[in-house]
Design a binder for this molecule. Structure first.
Ligand code: ATP
Ligand code: MG
Length: 651
């Protein structure tokens, strides 16, 4: 089969870095030169300069047994010491590490010295509970500082954490506890979401009733929601009675660079989540390198805010490990963007003087839907850099983000990466790269990316194909927990020693990369392979549209036909009275912008789209709907009832 994907959407807007930004930028062209000259030496150099090693490494990469890579493997380091103690020892103990904002409006500022102390106490507590090196600890917490403390306490003692998003059900938690054979669960009584306390400890109790392994000995509970909880005195402990009273003396030892750091399950957009395993030295090197250079981090003056939950890879690499390794000051927010009012995020930006904001297209599009008057009520002038991750950002959303949130002149970086890649792989470097809305642009220095046809030949010209990483990279996954066969099958069977990412992409004449959506979602219309991302971007470029999802549904004449699901902007809903006319107009719009081949067979106007808990559109469910099938597995949906609402609207 020909894997090439047709491309049709043209985007011609370009933004050069301003001279003022470029003059102060952390990154420069020299990074690309150094990486091109000697890729391995480049990464070795980053590992030495960005991190503190207890024992220096002498070997950079061992790729003698692909796909199992070892980076810096004869070196030793302690990840928590790199994120905490060394900053305190360097005299930065009084710098705020975390400005924490609770949803009800309570807040705490935590310095590096305080965070280090707390992590030492938690490390002692876990050790007292018998948690040893390589033991697994499940973390099921809201976005409170204790989540960061728990992760770093595990890292400090060489235990492996498995963070499970606090919105997941007892079943999801139980299956993840079983899969990792966790011996301790760290949770809270409850946390705040949408103005209410949602219970966590009761879900853990239920999950432990369901978990078949019976591996959990203790449950450590942070008091946050003050909600009523059942107590099992043989198993449960309060954080404020154990961690808070534990000693803050803790001697950290260095672990081998390949010591496992964490397991994290993917979002489950395409199927059953996979337990992705990451290790220490290489992971931290690339997390720190990309955090510093992609976000132009000046730790002495920036206030950085990544809105991702710690339950996702973005929360691991760009809330915990990257920023803390770099000594950054950051905001951590517990709640939802619209509680108690729709301007909550912008109020937080104003309150803390946030300078760097990293979020997802789904959030940006939901703000577009509400309108610019909401952010405009707040002072956002401190912002100087914006980032995006999670899905392709449609050019129209990129422009809106830059103008409405960024005031029109600051860089926006679109960062492509995955749970599996551990850190950013493709992104512009602010101050260096000319920016193109909608394109993730270029591999970061030291990363080798190619676009291949199904048979492994590079796609020439501007056609689209399959995105691969052609060389191992420091923060690459080291496997799927407990399933080396699935690891090989999923990522390596297709192209041998090249990593198959599962995403479609194309390269334009300047060498910039455009993500076209997941390979499984590519549509085949009359022999043309069409990208979901391009048609969605075209729909979002129409003034009525806030969000769009397209899928290919089987069609008697064309093989597959494009079916679109569209959410209108709040300000347009009253103008668009006839849904039939609206869908005609949008069909015509796509045909004009992209070509008749991409004209949707149907456009359904809906109020919601099915999304994973991390905000990604689950197209396979829409495909089921478009093809009149029973809707498939919805367990990783943020709201499992949403498909009923959408099917009612479609009918
Ligand atoms: P699963 O693998 O279980 O289906 P998932 O792929 O949604 O879940 P993640 O690792 O959270 O889990 O998401 C990575 C995917 O998100 C990428 O493969 C890509 O499809 C998409 N993605 C992330 N960032 C971008 C981006 N900047 N542009 C385009 N797509 C992106
Ligand atoms: Mg994936």
């Amino acid at each position: 089969m020909n894997a090439q994907i047709d491309h049709a959407l043209e985007e011609i807007r370009r933004f050069r870095p301003s001279p003022e930004f470029a003059a102060q930028a952390v990154a420069d062209e020299g990074l690309y030169d150094a990486a091109r000259a000697d890729r391995l030496e480049f990464w070795a150099d980053q590992a030495r300069t960005l991190l503190q090693w207890e024992k220096p490494f002498t070997r950079t990469l061992d790729w003698s047994n692909p796909p199992f890579a070892k980076w810096f493997d004869d070196g030793e380091l302690n990840v928590a010491v790199n994120c905490l103690d060394r900053h305190v020892e360097a005299g930065l103990g009084d710098r705020v590490a975390i400005h924490w904002e609770g949803e009800p409006g309570d807040s705490r500022d935590i310095t590096y010295a305080e965070l280090t102390d707390e992590v030492k106490r938690a490390a002692n507590t876990l050790a007292d509970l018998g948690v040893g090196e390589q033991d697994r600890v499940a973390i099921y917490l809201p976005m409170i500082p204790e989540a960061v403390v728990a992760m770093l306490a595990c890292a400090r003692i060489g235990a492996i954490h498995s963070v499970v998003f606090g919105g997941f059900s007892a079943d999801s938690l139980a299956s993840r506890i079983d899969d990792a054979e966790a011996s301790v669960v760290i949770t809270a009584d409850g946390g705040y979401r949408k103005g209410r306390v949602f219970p966590l400890k009761p879900v853990v109790d239920e999950a432990l009733g369901k978990a078949e392994g019976g591996t959990v000995r203790n449950v450590l509970v942070v008091r946050r929601g003050e909600n009523e909880v059942d107590w099992n005195a043989d198993r449960d402990l309060w954080w404020h009675e154990t961690v808070a009273t534990a000693s803050n003396e803790h001697e950290a030892k260095g672990f081998e660079a390949e010591h496992p750091l964490f397991i994290l399950y993917t979002s489950g957009t395409t199927g059953k989540p996979k337990g992705i395993l990451h290790t220490s030295g290489g992971y931290l090197t690339q997390a720190a390198f990309t955090h510093k250079n992609v976000f132009d981090l000046h730790p002495e003056r920036d206030v950085y805010w990544c809105t991702a939950d710690v339950g996702w890879i973005t929360g691991h690499s760009y809330v915990v490990y990257g920023p803390l390794a770099n000594g950054a000051t950051q905001v951590l927010y517990e709640g939802t963007p619209d509680t108690p009012h729709p301007g909550r995020w912008w109020e937080i930006v104003e309150k803390y003087g946030v300078t760097i904001l990293y979020t997802a297209p789904t959030a940006i599009r939901s703000f577009m839907k509400l309108g610019r008057q909401i952010p405009h009520e707040f002072n956002l002038r401190t912002l100087r850099l914006l980032g995006s991750v999670g899905e392709p950002i449609n050019p129209e959303a990129w422009i809106w983000y830059r103008h409405v949130i960024g005031g029109g002149s600051i860089p926006v970086v679109d960062t492509w990466w995955q749970t599996e890649t551990g850190a950013i792989m493709i992104s512009a470097l602010p101050g260096v790269t000319d920016l193109k809305p909608g394109s993730a642009q270029v591999p970061v220095p030291g990363i080798s990316i190619d676009i291949l046809d199904d048979d492994g030949t590079a796609v020439e010209g501007e056609g689209g194909g399959l995105l691969v990483a052609t060389e191992p990279w420091p923060s690459m996954l080291r496997g799927i927990w407990g399933d080396p066969e699935r690891f090989k099958e999923t990522y390596w069977e297709k192209f041998g020693d090249k990593y198959f990412a599962g995403d479609g992409a194309r390269r334009d004449e300047d060498g910039d990369i455009w993500l076209l959506g997941r390979v499984d979602d590519v549509m085949n219309v009359s022999g043309h392979r069409l990208s979901t991302a391009e048609i969605e971007s075209s729909l979002v470029a129409h003034p009525w549209t806030a969000e769009a999802a397209v899928v290919g549904a089987s069609d008697e004449t064309t093989g597959q036909a494009v079916v679109a699901f569209v959410i209108l902007k709040a300000s347009q809903v009253s103008h668009v009275t006839d849904p039939f006319e609206a869908s005609e107009e949008l069909r015509k719009h796509v045909a004009t912008q992209i070509g008749a081949i991409a004209r949707p067979r149907q456009v359904f106007i809906v109020n919601e789209l099915p999304k994973t808990r991390s905000g990604k559109i689950m197209r396979r469910l829409l495909r089921d709907l478009a093809e009149g099938r029973e809707v498939g597995d919805t367990t990783t949906l943020a709201d499992t009832s949403i498909m009923e609402v959408i099917s009612a609207q479609v009918r």
